[in-house]
Design a protein around this ligand. Structure first.
Ligand code: PLP
Length: 401
């Protein structure tokens, strides 16, 4: 009965996403059967490190000293005072001239997912194309299809950097958006400043050729999670038709609190009209506004990242072990993911085989890149990683590495 009420679209999207549910079910079963401490769950991208104490203290202070209206509606884009503080941070990090990007260019959102949903909703017409370098965060499939677009995947190079020739070749009259994720989930790659500048040149050339603007959207919820002094290069200062989407799900460990934002490039024609459209879409999509308390919390915490040293230690331990055991892997410069090559072409079969060693991974197929698998070290302690290494080694040996 229940299924009959579901739309074709929902049923088919859920079918495409079914391997994720399958992984969760298997993980639950395995933990019940073997005991959670004997299972190495590298599947979830859910920060296991609590928010920084300064964030928790600020939250307590906010609740303890209420101000009139703090729990009420506000402009759909968010509290003006919060957006002004976020704008200051974005201006600095994007190296924009002081005073050009203001509160009027910031939309507070329900996480990065909410930001992307609003952006795609306001720019896409039916059948518009969104170019996405692979591998990519699997949920992009649904954000794009739900907002009338077609995802056009473009493989990255072997080192997971942008393949600019391939991107250029895929831009058509229907291309409306190029969506990049920097640093990237699942590879941990940080795109270089040079490649972003070249990308901007390519888009500019294609805009002239096709006679319409193409929007570059950079999705950066992991921008604070970079290692060895890596820096995520700015985009808003190199290309006028650009938006920056992000959240505090990862840097402040607040994914359940659903707080993020996007910045509209002040050089965009009619950035005021874009803000109005975003406010309208926020209502039409049913978000209305980002959570009020969380807006106030993050206003003073811009640029802060919690748990960086711990995540880096986890990455170092895992990466060294993977190399030692013979896995082919590109060293991630950011995020809390590693994306090694599957020793066999069938990544789903490999991930199944890993389950026998109590290791839970996600197949590359879910990121548009079969033949790889994702390891997430977001929610597994250093000790537990160390305990898992003999199993990772046995798995490598089983596949002849
Ligand atoms: C690349 C990427 N973009 C967006 C999101 C969604 O983030 P949020 O929880 O802030 O909506 C995620 C979450 O894992 C992600 O990995």
């Amino acid at each position: 009965m229940g299924r009959l009420i579901l739309s074709e679209t929902t049923r088919s999207d859920m079918q495409r996403a079914s391997w994720i549910r399958k992984m969760f079910t298997r993980a639950g079963e395995l933990k019940r059967e073997k005991g959670a401490h004997n299972v190495f769950d590298y599947s979830l991208g859910n920060p296991g490190i609590e928010p920084p104490s300064i964030a928790l203290k600020r939250l307590q202070d906010l609740v303890a000293s209420p101000t009139a209206g703090m729990h009420g509606y506000m402009p759909n884009a968010g509290f003006e005072s919060v957006r002004a503080k976020v704008a200051e941070h974005v201006s600095r990090s994007q190296q924009l001239e002081e005073g050009t990007l203001t509160a009027n260019h910031i939309v507070m959102t329900v996480g990065a997912a909410g930001a992307l949903s609003i952006i795609l909703e306001i720019v896409l017409d039916l059948g518009d194309e969104v170019i996405v370098p692979t591998p990519y965060f699997g949920e992009y499939n649904f954000y794009i299809s739900r907002h009338r677009g077609n995802l056009v995947p473009v493989p990255t190079r072997n080192d997971f950097q942008l393949d600019l020739d391939q991107i250029e070749a895929k831009i058509t009259q229907r291309t409306k958006v190029i969506l990049i994720n920097n640093p990237n989930n699942p590879t941990g790659a940080v795109y270089s400043d040079e490649s972003l500048r070249q990308l901007a040149e390519i888009i500019t050339k294609k805009e002239k050729e096709y006679g319409h603007d193409i929007l570059l959207v950079t999705d950066e919820p992991y921008a604070g999670l970079v290692y060895d002094g890596a820096v995520v290069p700015p985009v808003l200062n190199i290309f006028p038709h650009s938006f920056l989407a992000t959240s505090h799900s990862k840097d402040l460990g607040l994914p359940g609190e659903r707080i993020g934002y996007f910045a509209i490039n002040p050089s965009l024609n009619d950035s005021k009209g874009v803000l109005e459209a975003a406010e309208f879409a926020s209502r039409a999509l049913g978000f209305v506004n980002a959570p009020a308390l969380m807006q106030m919390l993050v206003a003073d915490l811009q640029g802060l990242t919690g748990g960086l040293a711990e995540y880096q230690a986890r990455r170092d331990l895992l990466y060294a072990a993977l190399i030692d055991y013979g896995y082919a892997v590109v060293k991630p410069q950011g995020t809390f993911y590693v994306f090694p090559k599957s020793p066999i072409p069938d990544d789903v079969a490999f991930v199944e085989a890993a389950l026998a060693h109590n290791l839970l991974f996600v197949p590359g197929k879910g990121f548009g890149s079969p033949g790889y698998f994702r390891i997430s070290y977001s929610n597994i302690s250093l000790d537990h990683i160390a305990k898992s290494l003999p199993f990772l080694k046995k798995l490598a040996e089983q596949f002849g590495l």
